[in-house]
Write a protein that binds this ligand. Structure first.
Ligand code: AMP
Length: 581
């Protein structure tokens, strides 16, 4: 398929904010895409080159793209740089520069989706000597043959910043519209659909379920072209991470019981970070909540799993919790967060900041997908296979009860031991990957926090002039658009010994710079901060329509990705809940 066809769809989608309209455009494109291009199209539509479970990155900086634009167009670096400063989007710069150039070029090859995809994927794998030149060549080869509009989207894809919001639910629905046996009449005037709702929801669930298991739109779309029976065959593949299940919140045990029913399973809510551990073909792989592989960073956990879990093949869901080996007291997340990122002196760090694995769920066991099994049955399997060993691997501490008094006592015990509160779980509940469903409810003792993404910052002044000191934060909407919700600087320290410092954040943010205008700098959205706040307020200042009163940085969440950021819906809910209380 010609790349041009995809670009036309990007343009249509960019012009609308209506989800149904986007779904319509995407589904039409999918219908006419040849089967061997489907996987590429589905990835490129969301500005990606790899499936959801594969965290490989293109990893190209703006400077290198600038060089490629210059090479492809003959324009001067300074001209491109000036335009970049003016437009703030290298995609638009490429469009403009290529436009001027095409007036004098006669010979161009039509770019195909396959060519664009293969050049971009190559870029992601190039390393070592001469890699900058080779990458520049691959990009400029595409740009030389691109129309101005094509250049705009090639550049944005290279920079992993497509600026066309297509959330995973829109993509899922588009697959239903394109391939599943259901009549959908789209009214382009009213932007509405006429459909048998019950049947439609069933179809959406079929796609969602295949997606939950594979975490790979490419696999799902290919199965969808064959039919429902093929979609039902899609299964979990140990080694490929699955999105983790998430919890909703209630303020007290009564409400939590109402939500999940009784008797309920109550567990300690540990303050560590999520680990999904896979064992398959004698290999062990560890993933964080953002599905990044961290096996190398946790050699001792690999050993605990090998020695203490008696099964050949499984996927378990756990919380890794830090403890002080001298006092034997558990530590809050901040203390161990550096273990996720550290790539050197790993053994020493493991000694200094040891973790205990608290296992609370199992998703796959010896060839069997357990997602649809009742929670109580999954727990029985865990109890059978995990040999508990304190400070290595244990099962999450639990109580099954219908009694509020017992639950309160358990809650107090959990908080006394330094945990965040409790999790209240539906005893029959299935495992729903990636969803905040009401079968897991958290009841926390600590003030609630929000995970927000840094989208821009300001350089400091005076003695802070080498650091970013004020950070603009954003939440995320259904289509993956980041919406600003306020600025924060409080809570970040000047001295590294005191906690998360300006210096550390600045170093993390520098490689992510997109544009710089005076003291204002924008970034690729990558860094997630956990933010405490006093109150949520309505505000016309920020694009989310909300602002935080007295925000304060609690910690850096290296285990979370921008997609895990707090949703606009959650902000709205919190705002309403606040009004009531
Ligand atoms: P929150 O991050 O506040 O939404 O709380 C959910 C997180 O609590 C999960 O993602 C886990 O990392 C963590 N957690 C701690 N203990 C448990 C538990 N017993 N069951 C499930 N999640 C837990």
């Amino acid at each position: 398929m010609d790349y041009k066809t995809l670009v036309e769809v990007y343009e249509e989608i960019e012009k609308t904010s209506k989800r149904l309209a986007k779904t319509y455009f995407i589904s039409n494109l999918l219908k006419k895409t040849p089967v061997n291009d489907l996987q590429r199209i589905i990835l490129l539509l969301r500005g990606k080159l790899f499936p959801e479970w594969d965290k490989s990155k293109i990893g190209v900086a703006g400077r290198l793209v600038l060089k490629s634009i210059a090479a492809a167009s003959g324009a001067h670096n300074t001209e491109i740089e000036n335009l970049w400063r003016e437009l703030g989007d290298l995609g638009l710069v490429a469009e403009k520069v290529i436009q001027n150039k095409t007036q004098i070029t006669l010979f161009q090859k039509n770019l195909t989706v396959e060519k664009v995809f293969s050049n971009l994927q190559k870029i992601a794998t190039i390393e070592g000597m001469g890699s900058v030149d080779r990458k520049t060549k691959l990009i400029s080869e595409l740009l030389s043959n691109a129309t101005p509009k094509e250049a705009k989207y090639i550049v944005r894809t290279v920079l992993e910043d497509l600026r066309v919001g297509i959330g995973s639910s829109t993509m899922r629905d588009a697959i239903v519209w394109a391939f599943l046996p259901i009549d959908i009449n789209f009214d382009s005037e009213k932007i509405s659909i006429d459909v048998d709702r019950e049947e439609y929801n069933k179809m959406v669930e079929i796609i969602q379920s295949a997606l939950d298991k594979s975490n790979d739109f490419g696999v799902v779309v290919r199965a969808a072209t064959v039919g429902i029976s093929e979609l039902e065959k899609v299964t979990i593949i140990p080694g490929n991470p699955i999105k983790v299940m998430l919890a909703q919140k209630e303020n007290n045990i009564d409400d939590a019981f109402k939500r999940v029913g009784t008797p309920a399973v109550i567990e300690f809510k540990y303050d560590g970070f999520r680990m999904q551990i896979h064992k398959f073909q004698d290999q062990i792989k560890i993933f964080t909540r953002r599905l990044e592989e961290v096996t190398k960073q946790f050699p001792e956990v690999v050993k605990y799993v090998q020695e203490n879990i008696g099964a050949e093949e499984f996927i378990i869901d756990c919380e890794a919790v830090g403890y002080d080996s001298k006092t034997e007291k558990y530590l809050v997340f901040q203390h161990i967060s550096q273990r996720i990122r550290r790539k050197y002196d790993i053994e020493q760090l493991a000694q200094k900041l040891p973790v205990e694995i608290n296992v609370f769920d199992i998703l796959f066991y010896n060839g069997e997908n357990l997602l649809k099994r009742a929670f109580k049955d999954r727990r029985v399997i865990l109890e059978k296979i995990v040999k508990e060993k304190k400070f290595e691997i244990i099962l999450s501490h639990k109580l099954i009860t219908s009694s509020k008094e017992e639950a309160m006592k358990f809650y107090d015990e959990s908080v006394r031991k330094g945990n965040e509160g409790i999790m209240v779980k539906n005893i029959e509940g299935i495992y729903k990957p990636g969803s905040r469903v009401g079968t897991w409810i958290k009841v926390k003792s600590t003030m609630d926090t929000l995970d927000l993404v840094i989208v821009s910052a300001e350089w400091g002044e005076g003695k802070r002039s080498g650091w970013f000191t004020s950070f603009t934060l954003a939440c995320i909407d259904d289509d993956g658009n980041l919406l600003e919700i306020g600025k924060v600087g409080t809570g970040v320290k000047e001295k590294a010994e005191e906690g998360l410092s300006f210096g550390e954040l600045t170093e993390l943010l520098k490689p992510l710079i997109k544009t710089e205008k005076g003291r204002e700098v924008t970034f690729k959205p990558e860094i997630v901060l956990e933010i405490q706040f006093e109150e949520i307020q309505k505000s016309p200042t920020y694009s989310s329509g909300y602002a935080l009163r007295f925000p304060r940085v609690k910690t850096l969440r290296e285990d979370r990705s921008p997609e895990d950021a707090c949703t606009l819906d959650r902000i709205k809910e919190e705002f309403e809940a606040q009004k009531k209380s």
